[in-house]
Design a protein around this ligand. Structure first.
Ligand code: NAP
Length: 281
């Protein structure tokens, strides 16, 4: 597994991590085993949220990481509706109980909230000083919203911005990635396989991915991850509730695409025009 420095934390974190959205709908034993298999393969970054299954997914993650907490870079998220000064602290404490741990490595605001951002940030700083979180970050923030957060918190405080990024949705390449690079904020790509909308093997685009994959002894999904990870500030968190999928995803970290392969993927999945705001599902 390849590692990179995760934003302002200074910590080395696996470039490929593990998502957990909707995992409460998967077979629990299989999903817990998949997360453990992912840890075995070096995908130490586990991403969850209080929203996922109304807390049930955090409980599953708690089970998966029991006795392995030291290996994990554990990230959870506060729901915007809970992100008041007191609400954020209380939400974090509930997440810690469900995850059966005394601290998070990262705690994110899930998307911009109606609560004043300075209150959420004050709560994050309080949690950090109390040792309940090691670092904090944001999710679904565009470059203007990130600039507001920096005005409030100062430079070097925001560890990451977790945003939608996959082959068919490359909008963050225009302004969000450059802004994050300039300010030392890591970019975490969510839904890197577009959830259920990964290019079909029968389509011309799917066939291109398959052809490149064959040359690397890899799978099309591994090629997709390798393409996203060509940015040095990037991390990806595919979700896998099957152990064989976790193994497959972890192996993508070793793939280096040639300039020609990068160009062909870029042409097949064009970046598109710049749009206002942050891309959403
Ligand atoms: P995703 O990772 O793009 O896709 C997940 C789907 O891909 C699942 O159906 C999974 O199947 C399948 N899959 C995974 N690895 C595979 C492989 N090697 N071969 C074949 N199929 C494979 O979708 P996502 O869950 O939306 O995104 C990933 C994570 O990002 C989430 O779980 C969550 O942690 C985070 N996220 C954050 C936000 C936010 O607002 N911050 C929003 C969306 C997602 P199985 O599960 O059956 O293995």
């Amino acid at each position: 597994m390849k590692h990179r420095t995760f934003g302002s934390t200074g910590k080395q974190v696996s470039v490929i991590g593990q998502g957990t959205w909707d995992m409460e709908q998967d077979d629990r034993r299989a999903a817990v085993a998949a997360l453990r298999r992912g840890l075995d393969a070096g995908m130490s970054h586990i991403d969850t949220a209080e929203m996922y299954g109304d807390g049930r997914v955090e409980e599953m993650v708690g089970e998966a990481i029991e006795s392995r907490r030291g290996e994990v870079f554990l990230v959870s998220k506060v729901l915007p509706e809970n992100a008041s000064r007191r609400g954020t602290v209380q939400a974090c404490e509930r997440s810690l109980r469900r995850l059966r741990t005394d601290h998070l490595d990262g705690y994110l605001l899930h998307w911009p909230s109606r609560h004043p951002l300075q209150d959420t940030i004050a709560a994050f700083e309080e949690l950090r000083e109390a040792g309940k979180i090691r670092a904090w970050g944001l999710s679904n923030f565009d470059e203007e919203e990130l600039a507001d957060a920096i005005r409030i918190a100062g430079e070097g405080k925001i560890a990451c911005n977790q945003v939608l990024y996959h082959l068919k949705e490359r909008a963050i390449e225009h302004a969000i990635i450059p802004f994050c690079d300039e300010h030392g904020i890591s970019v975490v790509a969510y839904s890197p396989f577009a959830r259920g909308d990964f290019p079909s093997a029968r389509s011309p685009k799917g066939r291109l991915l398959a052809e490149i994959a064959k040359a690397h002894g890899a799978t099309p999904r591994q090629i997709a991850l390798a393409f996203l990870l060509r940015y040095p500030s990037l991390f990806a968190i595919p979700k896998a509730a099957r152990a064989e999928h976790a193994t497959d995803n972890a192996a993508a970290a070793e793939i280096e695409l040639s300039e020609d392969e990068l160009r062909r993927i870029d042409e097949a999945f064009p970046r598109g025009r710049q749009r206002r705001g942050v891309p959403t599902l």
